[in-house]
Design a protein around this ligand. Structure first.
Ligand SMILES: [Zn+2]
Length: 104
């Protein structure tokens, strides 16, 4: 699963989430903690979207974005923009959240 891969903050290797970097053996405990926090924020944003609480959802997604890139963030921002009939922003967010390999 692509979204579960991360770049090692020490050596730059991209690998699936594990307790240590495969190449430099850096401790990924903090990386795992950040990823779990980000996934929790995305779940909260999804719940807020289901409740049509756009402000709360946007705030959670902005918080999640500060923790790093996650492809769902752009898609959920796009959903919120569509619900608000802001089609220009929806398209921009959709494109930001779409991996380059999936855009062709
Ligand atoms: Zn590394």
């Amino acid at each position: 699963m692509e979204s579960a891969s991360r770049r090692c903050p020490v050596c730059g290797l991209v690998q699936p989430l594990k307790p240590n970097c495969r190449r430099c053996k850096a401790d990924w405990t903090l990386v795992l903690r950040v990823v779990r926090s980000q996934e929790r924020l995305i779940r909260l944003a999804t719940t807020a979207i289901e409740q049509q609480d756009w402000e709360s959802a946007t705030a959670r997604l902005d918080e999640a974005a500060r923790l790093g890139h996650h492809e769902q963030i752009g898609r959920l921002h796009a959903m919120i923009a569509l619900a608000r009939q802001d089609f220009g922003s929806a398209w921009r967010y959709f494109r930001q959240g779409t991996p380059a390999s999936a855009s062709s």
